[in-house]
Design a protein around this ligand. Structure first.
Ligand SMILES: [Zn+2]
Length: 785
């Protein structure tokens, strides 16, 4: 351009100002953040960027989202039954303590004897406590609680003490004291603070000396205290048991989730804990088959340890038990979703009588609870026959509830595992199918192999100005093979495999206006020129990784940017937290490289390094990552402290090299660069259209209604993104200056376009007004200029 107009001066000033800003940004970012941070997570801290830069890079910058916390890995352990049993032995035997209290009362009240009856709430009976508490069942004597028949049963019913001064003549009780030949008696209920009678003490004298007031007073006082103590002890034991059960189950769960123990192990351990805890003889666990629940069936997988399972370690698993017609407590719970405490299943007409064929054990008491989610019953846990031959108590129910809540975690985990296994297998199936189809057309492949897999390049191929012409695009695979041969594909690489690889990768590019095979080719070509004109800077592995990454770097690009994928919750955006597309490109590149086994002849260590380097290189094509690298590398080369021997420094140069190659379309002669820019806009606009249809206002660059801004935007993009990149590369590789020259020429040409069009120049103030609007504003803007 020979003539400068005032308008041009404004643009130049504006650009210079932006370049200064960009430099200031670099300085500000020149801190000691590690490179790993650069790779793992991009965000140029927005407060460090001027608004113009922010606007220009907006399509490439990512929107920060809150990430999930890393799973905490801690050491775990599985169930140790010995340690667990010690606790159970340690619990207080309340009835024995009461018996001791009774004996003390007998002495101080000068009684001839004492009987202790314990109340059985469930059966509404009082049970005579034997002297030998170790074998309770054999001496059990039960008396129904009720007024007017037997003195002790009367006291249990009225919960008031009862003094009988003359047993023979007292007509209040038709059956008297039962079994005792006594003259006087004192029945003392032990009532807990909640009003429930726990036991009855019966003191008696065989002589005629009656109990005086002070004796009665003492006995009543002791009984009161005993009631309070029983209550406290029971509450403490329940709490202690619940806390202990909680700890046990939590520790188990923790270890399972850390080690991903098998479900069988989990259920076995959990059942062992709860069975031993509650003193049940048998335990069962059901997991309902969800798919069948929907269709009205109630099929379940069942784990059951059978009778006397103390000797076995693993419950037997039966698959597909049908609970729909099943006349068992578990079947009823599955159908109703209601927990059950069955006191005598044998007599209960709802259930089929169940007798163990080998031991003749009858199912009597059982505690059954459903495990539910929001859709209904997903599992069932059952405990059968309490070992003391009594039904399960209210306290048992409370403790069981704690257990059931842990079981629900297990069932959820189980269902998730099932889903996971299903999807893993589905993925394998798809992968196999995909490998089958990731192959070039046989004719095309054979044609390429007729020239030994390569196409010889045209004369201007060694120039940065070269660009593949419309008519020679079918030569791209052969030319890539040629570039591979020239840079790294020595005798360790099979020619036909390389040809197959190149054809396959290029065919995996979609037919996008910009992110297509042609772009991948252009990228690879620039990379090839820089590497071949600066030999010896990178080692063999680095060179191979760069060239392979170049061809693969946008593979399967959908034509939308990362922000859009996140916006529409694309599956890929759920898979990767940052550099969504770049991670996908690498994933596919790796798959094709492995499928085609093109690195097969290399030592394992080289193969691994190539893939590792490729991953880094491809992730560097996220412009977001580029800004970070630029901020680190610029001061290094500026201060002449760049060191080729430093791996971190080399990595940064590789990153800049990847970005330069990616942007090299802007560094072609203007005619080509303009066509490429138009292709970029075509792709951007189609994204913008989609955003608008979703109710969002697209960015100016993606808004076809604002296409008038194109030249100005290009000038901005070149000065904020492209020029600093190629200039940085030029300081490392001075012979890349043609890229910079072309870039500048292109800028000038865009300025001319503006002049020719006679359009108002892009002004910073205007664009800032737009920028301040929310990215996701749903308001439409009709006053666009
Ligand atoms: Zn690209």
């Amino acid at each position: 351009m020979s003539v400068s107009t005032p308008k041009d001066m404004n643009v130049k000033k504006s650009i210079e100002k932006n370049e200064e800003n960009a430099n200031a940004t670099k300085d500000a970012e020149n801190d000691n953040r590690s490179m790993s941070k650069v790779q793992s997570h991009f965000l140029v801290p927005s407060e460090k960027l001027d608004k113009v830069t922010r606007r220009v890079i907006a399509p490439y910058a990512q929107i920060e989202r809150k990430g999930l916390k890393e799973e905490e890995a801690k050491e775990g352990r599985y169930l140790d039954m010995n340690r667990f049993n010690v606790f159970l032995e340690d619990t207080v035997d309340l009835d024995s303590l009461l018996y001791e209290t009774a004996m003390v009362l007998k002495t101080i009240t000068n009684s001839s004897g004492v009987f202790l009856y314990v109340v059985d709430d469930v059966r509404n009976e009082i049970i005579l406590m034997p002297h030998n508490t170790k074998m309770p069942e054999r001496h059990e004597v039960n008396i129904p609680i009720g007024e007017g028949k037997i003195a002790a049963a009367h006291a249990a019913a009225t919960k008031e003490f009862l003094l009988i001064q003359d047993v023979q003549r007292d007509r209040r009780f038709s059956e008297g004291l039962k079994w005792i030949d006594a003259k006087v008696a004192l029945c003392m209920p032990i009532v807990k603070p909640d009003g429930n009678c726990h036991a009855v003490l019966k003191l008696y004298r065989t002589n005629t000396e009656s109990y005086d007031d002070s004796v009665v007073y003492t006995a009543v006082s002791v009984a009161c205290w005993a009631g309070a103590a029983v209550h406290q002890a029971q509450a403490r034991i329940t709490l202690q048991k619940t806390a202990h059960l909680n700890n046990e189950l939590r520790a188990l769960l923790h270890s399972y989730f850390c080690d991903l123990a098998s479900l069988d192990t989990m259920i076995t351990d959990m059942l062992a804990v709860v069975k031993s805890f509650m003193g049940a003889m048998r335990s069962s666990f059901y997991i309902l088959d969800r798919d069948n629940v929907v269709s009205g069936h109630l099929l379940a997988d069942m784990w059951d340890d059978g009778w006397h399972a103390e000797k076995t370690t693993m419950p037997k698993k039966k698959t597909k038990v049908n609970l729909n017609q099943d006349q068992t407590p578990a079947g009823l719970v599955a159908r109703t979703g209601q927990a059950l405490n069955v006191r005598d299943a044998y007599k209960d007409t709802r259930f089929v009588k169940e007798i163990d064929p080998t031991t003749g054990t009858v199912v009597r008491s059982c505690l059954v609870s459903p495990i539910k989610d929001k859709h209904g019953v997903i599992g069932i846990v059952q405990l059968t026959n309490k070992s003391n031959a009594r039904p399960f108590s209210v306290e048992d129910e409370m403790i069981f509830e704690v257990f059931v809540s842990y079981c629900s975690l297990i069932v959820h985990f189980y269902n998730m595992q099932h889903q996971k296994i299903y999807h893993q297998n589905l993925n394998d199936v798809y992968n196999e199918l995909m490998s089958l189809h990731l192959n070039p057309c046989r004719h095309v492949f054979e044609e390429l192999m007729e020239t030994n897999g390569i196409v010889l390049p045209p004369n201007n191929f060694k120039s940065y100005d070269y660009h593949i012409s419309e008519g020679s695009k079918e030569d791209m695979p052969g030319l890539v093979c040629f570039m591979y041969m020239e840079t790294f594909a020595d005798r360790n690489f099979d020619r036909s495999r390389i040809a197959n690889f190149c054809l396959t990768v290029l065919s995996c590019y979609r037919n996008n206006p910009y992110h297509n095979a042609e772009h991948a080719f252009c990228f690879t070509h620039t990379l090839y020129l820089v590497l071949t004109s600066n030999p010896g800077c990178f080692d063999y592995v680095e060179t191979a990784a760069l060239m392979l990454a170049g061809l693969c770097h946008d593979i399967d690009h959908p034509g939308f940017n990362n922000n859009f994928l996140a916006l529409c919750k694309h599956p890929l955006s759920q898979m990767y937290r940052s550099s969504i597309l770049e991670n996908h490109h690498f994933y596919l590149a790796k798959k094709i490289i492995e499928d085609k086994n093109i690195l097969g002849k290399l030592p394992l260590v080289d193969r691994e390094r190539i893939l590792e380097e490729m991953q880094y290189n491809i992730l560097c094509t996220d412009l977001a990552v580029y800004f970070q690298i630029r901020a680190h590398l610029t001061p290094l080369v500026g201060e002449h402290s760049f060191d080729w021997a430093d791996n971190a420094h080399r990595k940064m140069v590789k990153g800049i090299l990847m970005t330069t190659s990616d942007l090299s379309g802007c560094c072609k002669p203007f005619g080509v660069a303009k066509t490429i820019a138009e292709n970029v806009y075509e792709e951007f606009y189609s994204q913008g259209d989609k955003e608008r249809a979703m109710g969002y206002t697209p960015l100016s660059m993606m808004d076809r209604r604002r296409s008038i801004n194109q030249p100005a935007e290009q000038i901005q993009f070149l000065s904020v993104v492209v020029l600093p990149c190629v200039l940085l590369l030029q300081t490392v590789f001075p012979n890349t200056s043609p890229l910079t020259d072309n870039c500048r020429k292109t800028q000038d040409a865009w300025r001319e376009e503006i002049e020719i069009r006679g359009q108002r120049l892009w002004r910073q103030d205007d664009s800032l007004g737009n920028l301040s609007r929310s990215r996701y504003s749903t308001k439409s803007r009709s006053d666009l200029t």
